[in-house]
Design a protein around this ligand. Structure first.
Ligand code: UD1
Length: 420
């Protein structure tokens, strides 16, 4: 069993390089199935979700070769299967993109219902409705989703919720639908745009990604191509918050500062100094962090994936803060772990009420999901004494070399192996 231990109280200083975006990478890798050529994708983060997906592609018969840690060559010319087993992808959410990719290219896909972080039911009904609107038949039996079609035909699809997953999945499938598909109330997250840019680079005709109407004109086939994944908004935000909670001075580099606007605004409101460059943001912490209210929203709103980390930070601010979770109803499991570190947080419905100014103290805690784990690391950096975090497998799903990067910034953090 692996644990992360942190001796808190160290001020973070220096520069941290951000890797490619997890949520873009996990869409672009399956989307490569839509290509009938060879794709070279770089700036992939070296994280577990990427490796799990690549494993699934190999099982489908694709040749996937890492030319270095962050670059892969995927040859999709010969694919021998269209079915994925539960064991291949059970821990991840983004396996649902295999459905759209296989359905689009082969008109048949068999993929297990997705796993991933547990913060509520996380249905995929909108993905299914989208596929059905394109002409697919969907069957869900024994935990497997089977999608089949004789052909896909473009349609007008209105999403009840601006779901990232449904937007990307339908977009991937619709690349091969005859005529025009229009997705309305589409998600606008940076990884939606990145996946559209990737598919367009291969010859797809997708317009409007990044707005709430996306129009896809079907094509007969996609070529190969080279593509570089965008930087990770959530990894960047995690380090910005880590800088703020330690009163540090950190340059978060290799990012798109515009993607960070909602967080930069909140950190400024709390008293931090934010200095933006072309591809970096410098965060200078404040010894007197002020309270603020935060509501998670779809992009360009405050990302739900930075919610737990933000709660940890608000524990250090003066006064009472409210954090409202508007995307996922049950994202508060991490709170009980923060309480073990001395936090004063109450949850009422979808709102966390955070009494700030608490002295956090080290304790043994468990990561309950990926971003919950990040929040505990952030709290541990500011806590007095030693914090030990279990379930680090969650962190490995989304953060490349987390401890190494924090160590380079001056944190006292390490990973230990304990025989159970
Ligand atoms: C993706 C991200 C995740 C992030 C989330 C919101 C990936 C792999 N994961 O997850 O990190 O937290 O976006 O930014 O990119 N919904 C439905 N029916 C559906 C689909 C979604 O009701 O068919 C609802 C969900 O319950 C949720 C909301 O829509 O309330 C947003 O979910 P969605 O954007 O789909 O999130 P994921 O794709 O699961």
């Amino acid at each position: 069993m692996e644990y992360i231990t942190i001796n808190g109280g160290k001020r973070l200083q220096g520069t941290v390089q951000i890797n490619g975006a997890k949520n873009a990478a996990v869409a672009i890798i399956p989307a490569a199935i839509a290509s009938a050529g060879v794709c070279v994708i770089d700036n992939l983060p070296a994280i577990r979700d990427v490796h799990v997906l690549v494993g699934a592609l190999r099982k489908l018969g694709l040749s996937c070769q890492f030319t270095d840690e962050h670059t892969i060559k995927i040859d999709s010319r010969d694919i021998s299967g269209s079915a994925i087993t539960y064991d291949q992808v059970k821990d991840m959410r983004a396996s649902y993109y295999l459905l759209g990719a296989l359905l689009g290219r082969f008109k048949r896909a068999e993929v297990p219902l997705p796993g991933g972080c547990n913060f509520g039911l996380r249905p995929i009904d909108l993905h299914m409705k989208g596929f059905e609107a394109l002409g697919a038949k969907i069957q869900i039996e024994h935990g497997m989703v089977t999608a089949t079609a004789d052909k896909l035909v473009g349609a007008n699809i209105y999403l009840d919720v601006s779901s990232v997953g449904a937007t990307i999945n339908v977009m991937i499938a619709a690349v091969y639908a005859e005529g025009i598909t229009q997705i309305e109330n589409a998600a606008k997250e940076p990884h939606v745009v990145d996946t559209a840019n990737f598919l367009n680079k291969l010859g797809a005709k997708i317009k409007g990604a990044g707005t709430d109407i996306i129009r896809i004109t079907g094509v007969e086939s996609l070529n190969g191509g080279e593509y570089s994944v965008i930087p990770d908004q959530i990894e960047a935000g995690t380090y910005m918050i880590a800088a703020a909670i330690t009163g540090g001075d950190v340059v978060v580099s290799n990012i798109i500062p515009k993607h960070m606007d909602s967080l930069s605004a909140k950190l400024t409101e709390m008293g931090c100094r934010i200095i933006e460059g072309d591809d970096y943001i410098r965060v200078i912490g404040s010894p007197n962090l002020q309270n603020c209210n935060v509501k998670t929203m779809f992009y360009p709103g405050f990302p739900t994936d930075l919610h737990p980390q933000m709660t940890a930070l608000l524990c250090k601010a003066q006064g009472t803060s409210l954090l409202t979770e508007a995307v996922f109803e049950h994202r508060f499991q991490y709170v009980k772990e923060l309480l073990r570190l001395g936090a004063n947080v109450k949850v009422e419905g979808r709102v966390a009420i955070i009494e700030g100014g608490t002295i956090l103290t080290g304790a043994q805690v468990m990561a309950t999901d990926l971003r919950a784990g990040a929040a505990l690391v952030i709290a541990g950096l500011a806590a007095q004494g030693q914090t030990t975090i279990g379930n680090v497998k969650y962190l490995d799903r989304g953060y490349e070399r987390f401890e190494d990067k924090l160590t380079a910034l001056g944190a006292d953090i390490s990973r230990i192996q304990v025989d159970e």
